[in-house]
Ligand binder design. Structure first.
Ligand SMILES: Nc1nc2c(ncn2[C@@H]2O[C@H](COP(=O)(O)OP(=O)(O)OP(=O)(O)O)[C@@H](O)[C@H]2O)c(=O)[nH]1
Ligand SMILES: [Mg+2]
Length: 397
């Protein structure tokens, strides 16, 4: 059965992986300003923001997700994240927590490389100043490639050890357009195969973290010029974590993924004498919010963390699919006043049959209905806006 997508957080020690995980989830992965705070991998559920089908059919007011939420067609869908131990140069040979860390990543479908853009930690995650974080992007990828290659030599042909499918291997070879038969491959050919396989298996978003730090800006400019700008997102996990915490405790109003933060004072100034019922902030927290507004929200439009996750989903080509019982009311059961309870995320190129197996397991499917009651073939590919609202009819056809 197709697995749920899993997104792994990688990076050197102290880059902010656990802070990123915590800011995207309700997890409390241990955070510390010393290397190797995290040793055991932590899984947690984050929420990916997507455009919900309810908007397309004008039933926003009936949309009640079983998991996550939906506000005016912006839906938060659960997605699994994995926080692992930090990686240092030489990890594939066992340095730091090396191989163990890498093995934890096997089942990830995409990676978020959390980079400390402030330059205040070196390659080992130790405190310094003026370190060039663009180096981390190169060596970290090198470590992953070397790890895969090492395993490959050990168990030649066992690409499957990475939780990869025949399809990933086939796409890798396809992309390389290799004509040489396997027995003629040189080490150089193997390197090319492994490098391309790495890109297929672990598409990676670069999260340039700690943009709240004054030193980050120059590094950011430099890295954005060097990398595919479409793969880079600037963020501050610390700011996102702080804003979510303050909102939860009733001190501010904050819409995740946006630049909108309101304090009690702001709402009073806007004419609400009750200040939205928010609590009064102390001086220190008030200053922190002011600072984040200036340094991050005003400059970048958001803390960037929600966007990091969206970008990972985008490069993975995740498609939200809405299984319903009834393709006219979009309900899931007898209660026709509730629409689009369920949403599953599937990888690009998934077929209606793949979704059926994921949602229905082994139950025999007689036929599948799409919007308008039309029959949809199990071989049809699901994409956003097409074949993405489906009703699976059980029975032996
Ligand atoms: N200024 C700033 N500091 C941050 C940010 N994110 C994390 N930090 C700090 O960086 C330090 C390391 O954060 P962690 O989240 O523990 O880093 P990690 O990558 O999980 O580290 P290991 O588990 O040791 O590999 C902590 O002191 C955090 O508070 C950020 O956005 N801005
Ligand atoms: Mg950690």
């Amino acid at each position: 059965m197709p697995r749920d997508p899993l997104i792994g957080l990688v990076g050197k020690p102290s880059a902010g992986k656990s802070t990123t995980l915590n800011s995207l989830t309700d997890a409390t992965s241990k955070v510390g300003n010393y290397p190797f705070t995290t040793i055991d991998p932590q899984r947690a559920i984050g929420y990916l923001q997507i455009a919900c089908a309810c908007e397309r059919f004008g039933v926003q007011d009936k949309c009640k997700p079983n998991y996550g939420s939906c506000v005016d067609g912006r839906r938060s869908v659960p997605i699994e994240l994995l926080d692992v131990a930090g990686l240092v140069p030489g990890a594939h040979q066992g340095r730091g927590l090396g191989n163990k860390f890498l093995d934890d990543l096997r089942h990830a479908d995409a990676l978020i490389h959390v980079v400390d853009a402030s330059g205040r930690t070196n390659a080992e995650g130790e405190n310094t100043r003026g370190y060039d974080p663009s180096q981390d992007i190169a060596w970290l990828r090198g470590e992953i490639v070397a790890w895969i290659k090492g395993n490959l030599w050990e168990k030649w042909g066992q690409f499957s050890g990475y939780g990869s499918t025949a399809a990933v291997v086939a796409r890798t070879l396809d992309r390389l357009n290799l004509k040489e038969p396997l027995e003629h491959w040189t080490e150089e050919t193997v390197d090319r195969v492994v490098s391309t396989f790495t890109d297929e298996k672990f598409p990676t978003v670069i999260a340039l973290n700690k943009i709240d730090d004054a030193d980050a800006y120059t590094n950011l400019m430099k890295i954005t010029k060097m990398q595919d700008p479409n793969m880079v997102v600037a963020c501050s996990a610390k700011a996102e974590l702080f804003l979510r915490k303050m909102a939860k405790q009733g001190y501010i109003r904050y819409t995740e993924g946006t630049e909108f933060v309101d304090t009690r004072e702001d709402l009073i100034a806007d004419g609400d004498p009750d200040g939205g019922g928010l609590k009064e902030l102390d001086e220190k927290n008030k200053n922190t919010i002011e600072e984040y507004r200036d340094m991050i929200l005003f400059r970048y439009g958001s803390t960037g963390v929600v966007q990091v996750l969206s970008k990972a989903a985008e490069i993975l080509g995740l498609v939200p699919v809405f299984p319903v019982r009834n393709v006219s009311t979009f309900s899931s059961g007898s209660d026709t006043k509730v629409a689009f309870r369920d949403c599953v995320l599937v990888k690009k190129n998934s077929t209606v049959g793949d979704v059926a197996r994921k949602v229905m397991g082994d139950a025999p499917i007689a036929y599948v209905e799409g919007v308008g009651g039309v029959r949809v073939s199990e071989d049809a590919v699901v994409t956003a806006g097409k074949n993405d609202v489906l009703s699976f009819k059980i029975g032996r056809g």
